[in-house]
Design a protein around this ligand. Structure first.
Ligand code: GLA
Length: 723
C-alpha cells in the first residue's frame, strides 16, 4: 500500500483503485506528484512535474523556483508567490520557513491525533514524512494514511518547535495539494439557518475561491467540504476529488488558481485571526483532512465518504445499532409544557408505537422563553413539580425510552451561573457583552468550565436515566476573548474552545456508552465529521418542511450519510414555511434519515394517528436498508421540480426509493426515473403495488413515477428481490 522508490525519491501510496504520489526535489522540498486512478508504477522525475516552462535547472529554492513546483506543504517566503499552507513567525519576527525533507517512515494502521477526532482502522497504512528548517529547527511531520477499503487518503500535519526560542504559528493547514490543471468545477455546500447545505457548482477561475468561517463552529453557512469535479462529471461518471475536514471549528477550504493554471487546494483551520504560540519542545497538531478520489462521479464520491465515516470515524457501537423512532417535544410544545402535557404527548406517541420520547428545551431554571437560565441545569419545579426522575419514570412506564435536550456550551446572562461566574463566558473585558439568542458562550478553553460542563451533563443523565441526549449549540462567537488566557494567546481561543469541547465529549461518550447522543446547532450548524466522531447523528436542520428538507438532505448527502441525519415528520402548516404538504410526503422525506416525529400526536386526526402506527412499523422494518445501505442521488432538487433518491441494501436485495414532485403542473409530462445501485440480474417486487420489475429494467429503462395531483406529491416504493 505504500511503496518507496528511493532512487526516484518518490513515495507512492495506493490501494486497488487510487494512487497518491509524493516526490522529494533536489533541494529536499516535498512535491505533489500525483493523485488519481491507481498506477502500477511511477517513473516520473519529480522536478519534471513543474508548472510553466523554462529550464528546470533554474527551479531551485535559490532561484525562486518554488513558484513553479507543485508542493505538498508549502510555506510562504521562499520565493513561492502563492498562498502558503504554513506560516511561522520566528523568534526574530520574520515569517520564512524552509522545510527540507529529513526522513520517512511507514507504519501499519493509523496513529490517533492528540486531542482531536480522526479516522481510525487497521486495514490502512501510514506514511510519516518529516521535514525541518535547518536554520530554526522547526520540524513538520506530514501524515498520510491510505485505506484498503475506501478510496481515501487522510492527511494531517504536526508542527514541532525543536528550536531554542518560542515561535508563533499564524497558519497551519491540514492539507495542501498543487494540481496540474484547472479544468475543474468547484462544488461547495452553502446555506443559512433553515436552509443548510445547498450544493453550488461553478468552474474554477483564476484567483482564490472557496468557503471559510470564523463563527466558532463549522457553521450554518458553509460545511468543511469541497469537491473538484471535471466539467462533464455527473452522478455516475467522471473524475472527482472530494475533501473534508474532520473538525468542528473555524475552517477554510479553498482552491486558488495561479499563473500557470495550476490550482492549489487547501483545507484546514482558518488562518484568519488565528495564531498559536509554540514554546521550545512543544508541538501543534492540525486536524485531519480526508481526500476522496474517484473517476465514477459525484455519487461514488459521496458513497466513499459515507463508507469512510461508517467504517473509520463514527462511534462504532452505534453505526449499525437500531436508532429508536422518537418523538421530540420542540414543535409539539416549545417552552409551554408541564408534566401532564408531556406525559399526554408521550402516551399518544407510545400508542402509535414510537420508541423514545425526547423532552426538548424549557425544562430547567426558569426557562419559559429563550431569555434565561442556560447554565442552571436544575429542573424547573413549576413545570415539573415532582422532578426530572419522576417525569422520566412516567415516560418509561408508558413503554418509551426517555431523552432530554441540553445546550451545555451556553450561559444566559440571566442565570445563577452567570451571576456566580461572569468570567466563564467568552467576553472582552470593558466591552458590552454581545448576546446571540440572548445568550453567551461558555469559555471552553478553561478546564474549570470544561469540568462544570461535564458534570452538568453527567448529573442530568444520571438523574433522569436518559438514554438519549440532544446536545444543542445555538450561537456564533463574538467579542472573542478569554479571561484565562494571556494577551499573546487570545487568538488561540477558538481552537482551544474546540479542543475543550472534544475533551468533554470524549469523556461523556466513554462514561455513558449506552446513551445515544444527537448533535444539533440551530439545526445543522455544526454537522461535520469532527462532531460525528462523538455523536452518531445530528439534527439536520430546524426546517422540517418536506420540500425544503429534500434540498437540505440532498445537499448534506454529498459528504454525510443518511444514518447521521436526524429527520422528523412535523405538523402542517409547517412551522418554518407555513406550507401544507401531504402526510405521505412528509413521511417519505423524513425516512431519508434517522426517523422521528416533531409534533403533538393528539392534534392529529384519528386517521392520521392510525397512519402513524403503520409509519413507525415501516420505518423500523426498513431501517437497515435506508440507513445501512448505499445511497444514490437520482434527481436533484437544485436542478428541477422533482427530487429522487434510492437507498439499496448492501446485498442489493432490498431498496427504498423516494420520489417527490414539488409543484403540481397541469397536463404534466411523465417522469421516467432511472434507478441505480440495484442488481441488473435480480427481479424486484414493489411492496406497495405488487408489480415486479427487472433490476436492469429499473436502472436502464427507468421507472415511471406517477404521483397524485397537488403540490408536494410523492412516491415511496419498497423493492424486494424475488426469485
Ligand atoms: C435549536 C434547535 C431546535 C430546538 C431549539 C430549542 O433551535 O435547533 O431543534 O431544540 O433550539 O431552543
Amino acid at each position: 500500500m505504500v511503496e518507496i522508490l528511493r532512487e526516484k525519491n518518490l513515495y507512492h501510496l495506493r490501494n486497488d483503485h487510487i494512487s497518491y504520489v509524493i516526490g522529494i526535489m533536489p533541494d529536499q522540498q516535498t512535491a505533489h506528484i500525483y493523485l488519481g486512478r491507481r498506477l502500477n508504477r511511477i517513473n516520473a522525475d519529480p522536478v519534471l512535474r513543474h508548472h510553466g516552462s523554462g529550464d528546470t535547472k533554474n527551479f531551485t529554492v535559490q532561484n525562486c523556483g518554488l513558484d513553479r513546483l507543485p508542493q505538498e506543504y508549502p510555506a510562504f517566503g521562499l520565493g513561492d508567490q502563492r498562498e502558503g499552507a504554513l506560516s511561522v513567525e520566528n523568534a526574530d519576527g520574520t515569517v520564512a520557513v524552509d522545510l527540507r525533507f529529513e526522513s520517512a517512515e511507514i507504519t501499519e494502521g493509523k496513529p490517533s491525533l492528540q486531542g482531536l477526532p480522526a479516522t481510525f482502522g487497521d486495514n490502512c497504512r501510514t506514511l510519516r514524512i518529516a521535514c525541518a528548517d535547518p536554520l530554526t529547527n522547526v520540524r513538520v511531520e506530514l501524515l498520510y494514511t491510505v485505506f484498503e477499503d475506501c478510496d481515501v487518503i487522510a492527511r494531517s500535519a504536526r508542527i514541532i518547535n525543536n528550536g531554542a526560542s518560542r515561535i508563533r504559528l499564524n497558519k497551519a493547514m491540514s492539507v495542501s495539494m498543487d494540481l496540474p490543471d484547472d479544468k475543474w468545477d468547484l462544488i461547495t455546500l452553502n446555506g443559512a439557518w433553515a436552509r443548510e447545505r445547498t450544493a453550488y457548482r461553478r468552474p474554477l477561475m483564476p484567483g482564490i475561491q472557496g468557503v471559510s468561517t470564523q463563527c466558532g463552529a463549522s457553521g450554518l453557512q458553509q460545511s468543511p467540504f469541497i469537491a473538484l469535479a471535471r466539467p462533464r462529471t455527473d452522478e455516475q461518471a467522471g473524475e472527482t476529488i472530494g475533501m473534508a475536514l474532520v473538525y468542528s471549528g473555524n475552517f477554510a477550504a479553498q482552491a486558488s488558481v495561479y499563473q500557470y493554471h495550476a490550482p492549489r487546494v487547501m483545507l484546514g483551520i482558518n488562518g484568519a485571526d488565528f495564531s498559536w504560540l509554540l514554546e521550545p519542545g512543544e508541538a501543534f497538531q492540525t486536524p485531519e483532512a480526508v481526500i476522496v478520489y474517484t473517476n465514477q462521479g459525484l455519487g461514488d464520491m459521496s458513497r466513499q465518504f459515507h463508507s469512510l465515516w461508517e467504517k473509520h470515524l463514527l462511534p462504532q457501537r452505534w453505526v449499525h445499532r437500531h436508532r429508536p423512532v422518537l418523538l421530540n417535544s420542540w414543535e409539539a410544545a416549545y417552552f409551554a409544557f408541564d408534566e401532564e402535557k408531556l406525559l399526554g404527548i408521550a402516551k399518544s406517541a407510545a400508542e402509535a408505537g414510537v420508541e423514545l420520547f425526547v423532552m426538548d428545551d424549557g425544562w430547567f431554571g426558569r426557562r419559559d422563553d429563550d431569555t434565561t437560565s442556560l447554565g442552571d441545569w436544575t429542573v424547573d419545579r413549576k413545570k415539573l413539580p415532582s422532578g426530572l426522575a419522576h417525569l422520566a419514570d412516567g415516560v418509561r412506564a408508558l413503554g418509551l425510552q426517555f431523552g432530554i435536550w441540553m445546550e451545555p456550551e451556553m450561559i444566559s446572562p440571566d442565570s445563577d451561573l452567570y451571576r456566580q461566574h461572569p468570567d466563564w463566558a467568552i467576553h472582552i473585558a470593558g466591552r458590552t457583552p454581545i448576546t446571540g439568542r440572548n445568550q453567551l458562550v461558555l469559555d471552553l478553553s478553561r478546564e474549570d468550565v470544561q469540568q462544570f460542563m461535564y458534570q452538568a451533563v453527567a448529573d442530568t443523565l444520571k438523574e433522569s436515566g436518559a438514554s438519549y441526549l440532544k446536545w444543542d449549540m445555538n450561537r456564533n462567537f463574538s467579542n472573542i476573548g478569554s479571561a484565562a488566557l494571556p494577551a499573546e494567546r487570545q487568538k488561540e481561543l477558538p481552537h482551544r474552545y474546540i479542543l475543550g469541547l472534544y475533551a468533554v465529549m470524549d469523556r461523556l461518550v466513554r462514561d455513558f456508552p449506552d446513551v445515544l447522543f444527537e448533535g444539533c446547532a440551530s439545526g445543522g450548524g455544526r454537522f461535520d465529521p469532527g462532531m460525528l466522531y462523538y455523536v452518531p447523528q445530528f439534527w439536520c436542520s430546524d426546517n422540517t418542511d418536506a420540500l425544503c428538507r429534500c434540498q437540505i438532505q440532498y445537499g448534506t448527502s454529498y459528504f454525510l450519510p443518511a444514518s447521521t441525519m436526524g429527520s422528523h415528520l412535523s405538523a402542517v402548516p409547517n412551522h418554518q414555511t407555513g406550507r401544507v404538504t401531504p402526510i405521505e410526503t412528509r413521511f417519505a422525506v423524513a425516512l431519508g434519515g434517522c426517523f422521528g416525529y416533531e409534533l403533538d400526536p393528539r392534534a392529529l386526526t384519528e386517521a392520521e394517528r392510525e397512519a402513524m402506527k403503520t409509519q413507525v412499523r415501516y420505518a423500523i422494518r426498513t431501517e437497515t436498508t435506508r440507513l445501512g445501505g448505499r445511497f444514490y442521488r437520482l434527481l436533484s432538487p437544485f436542478e428541477g421540480n422533482a427530487t429522487a433518491w434510492i437507498a439499496v441494501s448492501k446485498d442489493k436485495h432490498s431498496a427504498v426509493f423516494t420520489y417527490v414532485r414539488a409543484e403540481a403542473l397541469a397536463n404534466e409530462p411523465s417522469a421516467l426515473v432511472k434507478l441505480q445501485g440495484l442488481d441488473p440480474d435480480l427481479r424486484y417486487q414493489a411492496e406497495e403495488t405488487g408489480e415486479i420489475f427487472g433490476g436492469d429494467e429499473l436502472m436502464y429503462s427507468g421507472l415511471l413515477c406517477a404521483v397524485r395531483q397537488g403540490d408536494a406529491s410523492s412516491l415511496l416504493l419498497t423493492l424486494k428481490a424475488v426469485d
